[in-house]
Design a protein around this ligand. Structure first.
Ligand SMILES: [Zn+2]
Length: 175
């Protein structure tokens, strides 16, 4: 029979959460309200946001009259202020996650690089509508000065507009 610490646990867990917020210069009830939306689990687990999510899938918290990304607050609470121009990024790729051990700061470019790496397969050849392979797209770009867009299109069995889109990086941006 497992021991049950029910009476004790709610309050001590809340105190623990508040203790985690040593850097955040905000009223304690605000911090407690923040953590009440986070599904705190084990140290290495994702702690998902139980409140509202924005369309990108990030948690969002109503704070001082505006909506703030929840993971950004979680980061600040534990590590302190975020340097100017930096984004808070997820090591776990789980956007609602507010476990500060899964968060790190980086530039938006770092974030995009990670995304491109993660989505390379999904957005490229494996996409159902893709007629070309990555190798062919590279060839098309290499031959843009040797052959007209029309000829390139004929050669690779796609329309001229598809070639133009490739050359202007409107499509196949990740290559
Ligand atoms: Zn996580």
């Amino acid at each position: 029979m497992p021991k049950v610490y029910k009476k004790h646990s709610e309050e001590s867990r809340l105190n623990h959460k508040i203790a985690l917020c040593k850097h955040y210069n905000k009223p304690l009830d605000d911090i407690a309200r923040f953590w009440s939306y986070v599904d705190i689990k084990g140290l290495f687990d994702c702690w998902e946001w139980k409140g509202a999510l924005v369309s990108g899938g990030y948690g969002t918290f109503w704070h001082n009259g505006k909506l703030v990304p929840a993971h950004r607050i979680a980061y600040k609470l534990y590590y302190g202020p975020i340097s100017e121009g930096l984004d808070v990024l997820h090591k776990c790729n789980n956007r609602p996650c507010c476990n500060f051990f899964h968060l790190y700061t980086g530039t938006n470019q770092d974030n995009m690089d990670d995304k491109v790496r993660a989505n390379r397969q999904a957005k490229g050849e494996s996409q159902g509508s893709a007629k070309l392979t990555e190798q062919q797209v590279i060839e098309i770009r290499e031959n843009k000065d040797n052959l007209s867009q029309r000829k390139l299109g004929k050669l690779y069995g796609v329309g001229q507009y598809a070639i133009r889109a490739i050359l202007h990086k409107k499509t196949w941006k990740h290559i």
